[in-house]
Design a protein around this ligand. Structure first.
Ligand SMILES: [Zn+2]
Length: 475
């Protein structure tokens, strides 16, 4: 018998967030809500911590951004109480690969060769100025918070200048999402041309100005491996080696898109190993062509893998191999990728697609459990980004990145199995509260630290202005 079934709608007490009114203010001038002290009481707590497990009817005490305690009937006399009855509380989701600057092109990957994902993002991307980057990425960051994703890996692969990079990062900082910002190439870069690695060096040198008090960390998206030819062309291999060398000199983690299509011949992982491109500091994206032998190489080198079934299925890369990677011992995380292909960008939909595709492929109802899917979207994502000492589970001592799901809704109730409910039934609108680093950014289902209408309007205006500049088709 579950204690949470059937009670009234959760009411959340004592807002600490001041609702911001003016999104026209400079990004750095906006102030995020203060970190307070609160205790959520009587929730079904999915800690995603292997030792703590689930705590039905549990409390979670947060003070100054840190999880102080998780358990039943916690003593927290000065903490503001928040009613968790009927609610599931769990760690915020962790995205591990998202081209956030593409978000104002949502649903614009068309149905013909010349207006598919790559041509559309390239045509628009080449015309985007720093303000466009900021507005599109801010829309993505706000959608992340709205949808219960508290950490993103913003794979910025349209860094046309230092100003483009700085503007893109400022959008993450303004919204208050935790994240990795990954320095990538830019749309339309001539094949074989080196990127200006001076941009990432400058960012690294002055990172304290960009990091949002350490909430965002810097990484490099190293190119070179690509997705088409095998083996690596020598010129691109040399470029990639230089990018890896700069990243490792600066101590920055690395992500690489590798052999996306399932029907690409294997060999890329082996080639990457020979080039020194694998390791615990590397997150590979897609890798759908990996053979069983290559999966073993990834496991033995500690290389992480990010799967994005929402985009991989939509663009025709093939079916996920997530469980095969995990069976081989690889840490597998989950990612959004890009809104032009996926439409929306929430983890509930992505995890549902992932689990269903895995089960369908295996002709097995039980191939990927709901709990394992949730681990992929939380603690395994944190591990892939190297931040599992801080987030990814509701463990005392970690930072308070958590979400609360109001389950007394027509698309969820009655309360049954919470892991199945989250993967199969929950939608972003059911996320009643989102906390990042102890700051309440969504409460009672409403965004409380940003103005969604303005964010959407600004993104639309920027997208339309880009289209006008390029005389492009507009919707
Ligand atoms: Zn990608």
């Amino acid at each position: 018998m579950r204690r949470l079934a059937g009670a009234g709608t959760a009411t959340l007490a004592a807002p600490t967030a001041a609702a911001a009114q003016n999104t026209a203010a400079p990004p750095t001038a906006r102030r995020l809500p203060a970190r307070g002290e609160f205790v959520i009481r009587n929730a079904y707590v999915l800690t995603m911590d292997a030792t703590l497990g689930d705590v039905p009817g549990g409390d979670i005490h947060v003070r100054n951004g840190e999880i102080v305690a998780v358990g039943r009937d916690l003593r927290a006399p000065v903490a503001t109480p928040i009613d968790g009855r009927t609610a599931i509380v769990m760690p915020g989701f962790i995205d591990t690969h998202w081209h956030m600057w593409t978000t104002f092109l949502r649903c614009m990957a068309g149905d013909r060769t010349n207006d598919g994902y790559f041509p559309v993002t390239t045509v628009y991307g080449q015309l985007m100025d720093p303000e466009d980057m900021y507005r599109s990425t801010r829309l993505a960051a706000a959608e992340a918070i709205y949808s219960g994703t508290t950490t993103v890996n913003d794979e910025c692969h349209n860094v046309r200048s230092f100003a483009h990079a700085a503007a893109d990062i400022s959008a993450l900082r303004e919204i208050g999402v935790r994240g990795r910002w990954s320095f990538g190439a830019y749309r339309g870069i001539p094949a074989g041309q080196a990127r200006d690695m001076g941009i990432v060096r400058k960012l690294h040198d002055e990172w304290a100005k960009h990091s949002g008090d350490g909430l965002i960390h810097l990484a490099v998206t190293a190119g070179g491996a690509g997705t088409a030819a095998n083996p690596l062309p020598p010129d691109r291999l040399e470029l990639a080696k230089k990018e890896f060398a700069v990243a490792r000199e600066l101590g920055l983690p690395i992500t690489t898109h590798l052999s996306a299509k399932e029907n690409t011949p294997p060999g890329w992982v082996e080639a990457s190993q020979q080039a020194g491109f694998l390791g615990n500091d590397v997150l590979l994206i897609h890798v759908l062509s990996a053979s069983p032998e290559e999966m073993k190489i990834l496991a033995s080198t500690g290389t992480h893998v990010s799967v994005s079934p929402g985009s991989e299925l939509r663009i025709g890369y093939g079916l996920t191999k997530a469980t095969a990677f995990m069976d081989a011992g690889v840490n597998v995380a989950v990612s959004v990728d890009t809104a032009p292909l996926t439409g929306n960008c929430h983890m509930f939909g992505i995890l549902k697609l992932l689990r269903n595709a895995e089960n369908a492929k295996a002709f097995d109802e039980f191939k990927l459990s709901a709990r394992k899917a949730l681990e992929m979207g939380t603690i395994q994502g944190a591990r892939a980004l190297g931040i599992d000492d801080r987030v990814g589970s509701l463990t005392p001592g970690k930072r308070a990145d958590l979400i609360m799901i109001a389950t007394n809704a027509l698309n969820i109730g009655p309360f049954t199995d919470p892991t199945h409910m989250v993967v199969e039934a929950v939608e972003p609108a059911n996320v009643s509260m989102v906390v990042v680093d102890g700051r309440i950014l969504k409460r009672d289902g409403k965004m409380v630290a940003c103005a969604p209408d303005r964010i959407i309007a600004d993104a639309r205006a920027a997208r339309d202005a880009v289209a006008r500049r390029g005389n492009l088709r507009r919707i």
